[in-house]
Design a protein around this ligand. Sequence first.
Ligand SMILES: NC(=O)c1ccc[n+]([C@@H]2O[C@H](COP(=O)([O-])OP(=O)(O)OC[C@H]3O[C@@H](n4cnc5c(N)ncnc54)[C@H](OP(=O)(O)O)[C@@H]3O)[C@@H](O)[C@H]2O)c1
Length: 178
Amino acid sequence: MDIIIVAAVAENGVIGRGNALPWRLKSDLTHFRSLTMGKPVVLGRKTYQSIGKPLAGRTTIVISRDHSFSAPGIVTAPSLDAALACARGDARRRGAGAIIIAGGADIYAQALRCATRLVITEVHMPVEGDAQFPVIDRQIWRESARSEQQAGPQDEAKFAFVTYECAVNESAGRQSAA
Ligand SMILES: NC(=O)c1ccc[n+]([C@@H]2O[C@H](COP(=O)([O-])OP(=O)(O)OC[C@H]3O[C@@H](n4cnc5c(N)ncnc54)[C@H](OP(=O)(O)O)[C@@H]3O)[C@@H](O)[C@H]2O)c1
């Protein structure tokens, strides 16, 4: 089962500000929707609350240490491992071949050790913010595809869709490197 990290990352590594996205990039939201539709999507509690509702057409699995946390239309999980177990079952039932990890910073940092692919929107501008994507170790993650995009009418910047594949496995020390 593929475990795919999907993120949009500014030139300086920023992904968020004040628990919101720090840019307007309509094209990337459309890309995110098409990439994730029909698949289980794992989110941290803060990112879920910044979105404010379940993702339509996708089982929305929210990780929180607060056992009383719940909301209509989502599944909650007490750890990343529990969320992945839940997502695997959901993907099998749906016939989906992948689980999506959709952030935020805290969850990306933990999920790098088990992800099989990164699908990163590289936003071609620096941005001020308080949430960062972890550094991508190029010994572990090899770029396999890149598609440069022009800014559309509702996009603040040019960007590129970039795919990275994991070049090493767990036993080769990915966990410590991540
Ligand atoms: N640019 C992008 O692609 C993108 C994508 C997603 C999010 N973002 C941005 O990222 C920012 C949010 O990131 P964040 O790091 O602040 O928060 P986050 O990763 O969304 O959520 C963190 C929360 O997840 C729960 N959690 C984390 N690890 C856990 C674990 N091992 N076990 C159980 N629960 C765990 C905790 O919830 P509790 O406190 O409830 O225990 C923790 O407070 C926002 O600015 C958002 O807009 C950007």
